[in-house]
Design a protein around this ligand. Structure first.
Ligand SMILES: *Cc1c(COP(=O)(O)O)cnc(C)c1O
Length: 373
């Protein structure tokens, strides 16, 4: 900042923090890269759109209702969640996307000098919120693309307040089984808050994948995040939630900003929940897309890391930022992985076949023949 008297107001950790730069709107990008259309395959959005019941809520939302404040605590949605999971409505906190509940938890438990533990290659918002809050983020390297339970346990000290685990992990698609998660929780022994971010849980079809919300009764230090942005395709309305033990949620609730979740989002989420037909259709689309892309990448000799979730991590024989620019000129937007500490990798959102075919066609043009990544 170049205003000297104000400069002294800015904490060192804020001066050091690099702001996240969101992507430009479609029309700007199309102009910038000279492409004719744009497939956004960078944010793990669901191209099928919201479930039918949620669409109807959105279509019928009365304009006059925009003048009324929404329920300040997402009353009906929390009751519906409580019914779905057999818990108490007081065990849920709804936020402006799961992103917002990350801040709630950190604010509730951490003060200066404290630390949080997470992985080096995972959803970056846990680390960012910790850092711009002046806290230490202990970043434990993944092992074999997955969270390293032993090393994370070894880094816990008396200043550790929260451990963040992304299950399945964005961007690697790895996951912990129920046995592994329970083993970890047993060893933490209730001394820290363990957050399990289940943003992609509805995509997982593995028998041994744990439903974190079902474990809350046994482990009161467990807090689970869910979102309506990914499977339920409500990313634009910004709504997600956390679930936890009553007493833990009672503490976290103190840091909530009331009215941060708008009324339309609350109603659409309520309608979207449990829509099995929608989930089934999405699974089919993701399966078809993954199989197609994996087969084509194999022909190109490109290694893929993919297991769970509606995304795929791909290793390239070139820098990810160069690949990004070359793909953009062909109207394909992927996520570069340098920001996730995976240079030379991209993350691709699995979308419909039209988008997947366009991606493969564009990638084929930029990958030198016979060159192994
Ligand atoms: C997308 C995502 C979120 C955040 O979702 P919101 O849109 O803020 O609800 C949280 N965690 C992970 C791992 C995600 O990929």
């Amino acid at each position: 900042m170049n205003v000297p008297p104000l400069n002294r107001l800015v904490p060192e950790h804020i001066k050091r923090f690099e702001p996240y730069i969101p992507s430009k709107p479609d029309n700007e990008l199309i102009k910038l890269y000279g492409c004719s259309r744009l497939f956004r395959l960078n944010n793990n959005e669901n191209p099928l759109g919201p479930p039918q019941a949620a669409r109807e809520v959105i279509d019928r939302f009365p304009a006059a209702r925009a003048s009324i404040y929404p329920s300040g605590d997402a009353y009906h949605l929390r009751h519906k969640l409580a019914e779905k999971f057999g818990l108490d409505p007081e065990q849920f906190l709804v936020g402006n996307g799961a992103n917002e509940v990350i801040s709630f938890v950190i604010k509730a438990f951490c003060r200066e000098g404290d630390n949080i533990i997470t992985a080096d290659k995972t959803f970056a918002v846990y680390e960012w919120v910790a850092e711009f809050s002046g806290l230490e983020a202990r970043i434990i390297p993944l092992v074999d693309f997955g969270f390293d339970d032993e090393e994370m346990l070894g880094r816990i000290d008396e200043k550790t307040k929260i451990i963040f685990i992304c299950n399945p992990n964005n961007p690697t698609g790895s996951y912990w089984s129920e046995e592994r998660l329970r083993g970890f929780l047993r060893q933490v022994a209730g001394r820290q808050i363990v957050v399990v971010d289940e943003a992609y849980c509805e995509f997982v079809e593995k028998e041994d994948y744990p439903d974190g919300i079902m474990l809350i009764r046994e482990y009161p230090n467990l807090v689970v995040f869910r979102t309506f942005s990914k499977m339920y395709a409500l990313a634009g309305l910004r709504i997600g939630y956390l679930a936890g033990d009553r007493d833990v949620v009672d503490i976290i609730r103190r840091t909530c900003v009331v009215y941060s979740v708008n009324g339309l989002a609350q109603e659409a989420a309520l309608a979207a929940l449990n829509n099995q037909e929608h989930i089934h259709r999405t699974h089919e689309m993701v399966r078809e897309g993954k199989e197609f892309v994996a087969k084509e990448l194999d022909i190109l000799g490109l290694p893929v890391v993919h297991d769970q979730g509606n995304f795929m991590m791909i290793r390239l024989p070139m820098s990810d930022s160069l690949a990004y620019r070359k793909l953009m000129t062909q109207g394909i937007m992927v996520r570069t992985m340098t920001g996730f500490r995976f240079p030379n990798y991209i993350r691709l959102t699995i979308s419909d076949m039209e988008a997947m075919e366009a991606f493969v066609e564009a990638l084929t043009k930029i990958v030198p023949k016979g060159e192994k990544a």
